[in-house]
Write a protein that binds this ligand. Structure first.
Ligand code: ADP
Ligand code: ADP
Length: 227
């Protein structure tokens, strides 16, 4: 589904150059769930942002299906991102003045074939929270609203950057269960940046980063359901 070849990213801050990615090669396959592991600063977020069309590589190519998205002008990259990519971040970025249903509906609006917000919220187990505001919900519930918002546009791929990073382990498991079901039932390709060992158990592959390079790729032969 994705092919990244020799992807590098250099950030310039004043006189200083930071090499965030140094020649990455990576393929992501349709329907796969992968975990990106590695120390802070090793380039994981930079890579997902580039593949997701939020940022650009300095050199190298990124393909999505038959399209070379690394050549896209800005407007085409935005169109690609809106049509195909869902994002989930550590902090939920919900709009406080809108209910769960309204938060989900807002993003679904820009999509061609959105899921009804009620259906997306049911999928994450929050049918009973449709008319609640973010402040009336726990962290885990807010993250599940954020996931509902991401899946309501029926993305082909979901990129999650530390989705359980702000949650206790029990609440984190509920979020994992939701991601597992989205992968299994919607067939969405999912890439997750995490330190959470429970997520590694449910992934098809674990990709380890170090200093802007991929240090190793491990296939998980004994993939488990979250429990
Ligand atoms: P990770 O996700 O593995 O923690 P990142 O991709 O966030 O790593 O960061 C990789 C490197 O790039 C780090 O050294 C980080 O400080 C640097 N970096 C990331 N974003 C920026 C930016 N916008 N400007 C300058 N440096 C950045
Ligand atoms: P749109 O599809 O409306 O143009 P974007 O593509 O800019 O929106 O962003 C996609 C999603 O990612 C949105 O939910 C946006 O709030 C979120 N997002 C984008 N960049 C960041 C970031 N750096 N940190 C947190 N959330 C972000």
């Amino acid at each position: 589904m994705f092919t990244a070849r020799d992807v590098s990213k250099v950030y310039h801050s004043g006189e200083v150059e930071v090499v965030a990615l140094a020649g990455i090669d990576l393929d992501l396959y349709p329907g796969e769930m992968v975990v990106l592991l590695g120390p802070s600063g090793s380039g994981k977020s930079t890579l997902l942002n580039i593949i997701g069309g939020l940022d650009r590589a300095s050199t190298g190519t990124v393909r999505f299906r038959d399209e070379q998205i690394s050549d896209y002008p800005e407007w085409k990259l935005t169109r690609y991102r809106r049509a195909h990519v869902g994002f989930v971040f550590q902090f939920y970025n919900l709009i406080p003045s809108l209910t769960a249903r309204e938060n989900v509906a807002l993003v679904a609006e820009i999509s061609k074939n959105p899921m009804p917000p009620e259906e997306a919220l049911e999928m994450v187990g929050l049918k009973h929270r449709l008319d609640h505001f973010p402040a009336q919900m726990s962290g885990g519930e807010q993250q599940r609203v954020a996931i509902a918002r991401a899946i309501a546009k029926r993305p082909d791929v979901l990129f999650c950057d530390e989705p359980t990073g702000a949650l206790d382990s029990k609440t984190g498991i509920l979020v994992l269960d939701v991601l597992y079901r989205i992968n299994a039932e919607l067939g969405a390709t999912i890439a997750i940046i995490t330190h959470n060992a429970d997520i590694r158990k449910i992934a098809h592959r674990v990709i380890s980063f170090r200093d802007g390079t991929i240090e190793g790729v491990e296939r998980n032969e004994t993939r488990l359901k979250p429990t």
